[in-house]
Design a protein around this ligand. Structure first.
Ligand code: AOF
Ligand code: ZN
Length: 376
């Protein structure tokens, strides 16, 4: 338990500054590699009300950490100030000394922290270093809110698998595409841009080989300025039967592309020569289907914290049936697919009971709905 004697009471101002620090931390989601995107604000009050003297977000690539950046900006103004951090400051030596030590050395008087860090090199030690250095520590303020932008990191560390988001675009008549018809435009340009933003915030995108065959998608982030944030593209293709002429294979040297396969498929060498990576998977016992849970374990082990499942119906169904989905994004378009349509495994009027409706956005003619798995 906390040493109650030393921790100062939490004020309404603390809550507002922590809320602002959490919003700051959201900016680098998807950019920080295996590190969570953390926010720091350094605030001092010399009698005329609080002033922000330093701000930091974990830098793209994961280093420097948020605290280091905020302390550099604050300089001597950090002496006697309060630091708001969305994650317990680190206690391990990386490219720089631990952030907890840096906060002590800079003369910070008080640290208000949100989430604890499950990284075994840090967990509890960060706060202990601060206290030993004479800093008053207020932990757990708005911890649930702070965990949202780092939910992928937390899933990878605590559950040893990436956080999985399932995204489906559904027509007015409940279809996600048309068999044999190539790509069908179900949603409009605003929802499509939002999808690209969703891609940029994930470490990897996964689709079934059927989707490549039917749609020949690019699966990249094509927002101006964010092109470099295209995640790793993963195709579930047990027998490696995707065409070498597909857009994905043709662009594999520009955007990392991996095929999840079983055994040693005949086409392996040609795919490798085209720049694709092959991920050797286990089969689900008694089937020739890829074991998804083991694949997720593998992805987490290589540092992938967030996975976006983008199609098609069979792949979505497998993830849902095996309870591997943490978040659902369902976009309903204003279009009709009609004859030959592929029915969506999910429709808004019949969502699984263990998901709760979250944010809703009207994006032009389309409705974007987010659902979170209930955790109680
Ligand atoms: C902080 N501030 O902004 C972040 C932290 O690979 P390294 O050395 O950068 O360490 C990665 C770990 O650092 C990561 O697992 C998590 O515990 C912590 N992330 N810590 O003090 C930050 N991003
Ligand atoms: Zn650190």
């Amino acid at each position: 338990f906390e040493e109650s004697g030393r921790a100062s009471p939490v004020t309404d101002l603390d809550r507002r500054f922590m809320a602002a620090t959490i919003r700051l931390s959201e900016r680098h989601v998807g950019l920080t590699g295996t590190n969570p995107s953390v926010g720091t604000l350094i605030v001092r009050d010399d009698g005329d009300g609080p002033v922000i003297v330093g701000r930091g977000i974990t830098a793209p690539g994961g280093r420097p950490h948020a605290e280091t950046i905020a302390l550099t900006e604050a300089g001597d103004l950090a002496i006697g100030a309060t630091a708001y951090v969305t994650l317990e400051p680190c206690a391990h030596h990386g490219r720089t000394p631990p952030c907890a030590e840096a906060l002590v050395r800079a003369g910070i008087a008080r640290v208000v922290a949100a989430a604890g860090d499950p990284d075994p090199r840090v967990s509890g030690r960060g706060h202990a270093i601060l206290r030993a250095g004479g800093i008053s520590v207020v932990p757990h303020l708005l911890a649930d809110e702070a965990r949202q932008p780092m939910s992928g990191y937390l899933a990878r560390l605590t559950r040893k698998r990436p956080e999985v988001t399932l995204k489906l675009a559904v027509s007015r008549d409940g279809m996600i595409g048309r068999r044999g018809g190539g790509q069908v435009a179900i949603t409009g340009p605003v929802a499509n841009a939002q999808t690209h933003l969703l891609r940029a915030r994930h470490d990897a995108i996964l689709v079934g080989a059927g989707t490549i065959h039917e749609d020949d998608p690019a699966l990249t982030c094509r927002l101006p300025g964010l092109e470099s944030r295209s995640p790793l593209r993963i195709v579930l293709d047990a027998g490696l039967r995707t065409a070498l002429s597909s857009r994905l294979v043709r662009t594999a040297s520009e955007t990392p592309t991996a095929f999840a396969v079983l055994g040693d498929p005949a086409a392996a060498a040609a795919f490798r020569a085209a720049g694709c990576e092959l991920i050797a998977c286990e089969a689900e016992p008694g089937t020739d289907r890829i074991a998804l849970e083991e694949l997720l374990d593998d992805l987490a082990a290589r540092g992938i914290s967030s996975l976006l499942v983008e199609g098609g119906a069979q792949t979505a169904r497998s993830f849902l049936e095996q309870n591997l989905v943490d978040r659902i994004v369902l976009v309903t378009g204003d279009t009709l697919v009609g004859a030959g349509g592929i029915a969506s495994p999910l429709v808004p009027s019949d969502m699984p009971a263990d998901f709760r409706a979250g944010r809703q956005l009207q994006l032009g003619p389309d409705l974007w709905r987010e659902y979170e798995r209930r955790t109680f």
